[in-house]
Design a protein around this ligand. Structure first.
Ligand code: DX5
Ligand code: ZN
Length: 213
């Protein structure tokens, strides 16, 4: 299991310190939550701050867009060359076109599903996707509780991707901790995002290790 700590739970007054500390603690990716105050009821950071994160991160960035106007935001963040850019299917009329656009920059493309969106909604996109990100909370805030229906959903998606595109990874985001990591692993999940669990733990290294099962 790979681990992508979410910098949404970092101390934004000490962002460089916190980004460096999760990288030194052995994380696999740095998860960056971009919110526009329209698609979700919260507002976070733009390309200026993310460029500073990219400068001090020694691990690749995993950008999670929670925005309207996905194409505009993809164009803003593509120059930073993250490993992944993922966008919500609920907010995109032309997901296939946007996947092609993200990949044209040499960036891996992901699609995010809200808790109510069925895994079959990406069936005909799977062969062109590098990742599907399943939300296990309602997007917008860190520190919410894990919605358990993501487990059968991940298992269904796992069966689909094994059939259509085994190279497409499954990521889960929201309320992840040592209490649900084994269940996520059993459901076929490859990467977890963890905000509060990593940043509130007495040792980030121990926290990350406990999820890398
Ligand atoms: C929620 C974000 C998550 C969040 C995870 O909208 O997408 O990445 O920061 O934080 P925790 O692990 O605290 O639920
Ligand atoms: Zn996220």
């Amino acid at each position: 299991m790979k681990v992508a700590p979410s910098i949404l739970s970092a101390d934004f007054g000490n962002l460089q310190r916190d980004v460096e500390s999760i990288c030194e603690a052995g994380c696999d990716f740095v998860h960056v939550d971009v919110m526009d105050g329209h698609f979700v009821p919260n507002l976070t950071i733009g390309p200026v701050v993310v460029a500073s994160i990219a400068k001090c991160a020694t691990k690749p960035l995993d950008i999670h867009l929670m925005v309207q106007n996905n194409t505009f935001f993809v164009e803003l963040f593509a120059p930073l060359q993250p490993e992944y850019i993922s966008f919500h299917i609920e907010e995109e009329k032309h997901p296939h076109r946007l996947i092609q656009k993200i990949r044209s920059y040499g960036i891996k493309a992901g699609i995010v599903l809200n808790p109510h969106t069925p895994p079959e909604s990406v069936e005909f996109l799977l062969q062109d996707l590098d990742m599907v990100l399943l939300m296990s909370v309602n997007p917008g805030f860190g520190g919410q509780s894990f919605i358990e229906t993501v487990l059968p959903k991940a298992a269904r998606l796992n069966a689909l991707r094994n059939k259509i595109n085994p190279n497409c990874l499954i990521e889960v985001d929201g309320g992840v901790s040592d209490l649900n990591i084994q269940l996520l692993k059993d459901a076929g999940v490859d990467i977890v995002v963890a905000g509060n669990y990593v940043f509130k733990h007495k040792s980030k290294k121990e926290a990350i290790k406990s999820l890398q099962i």
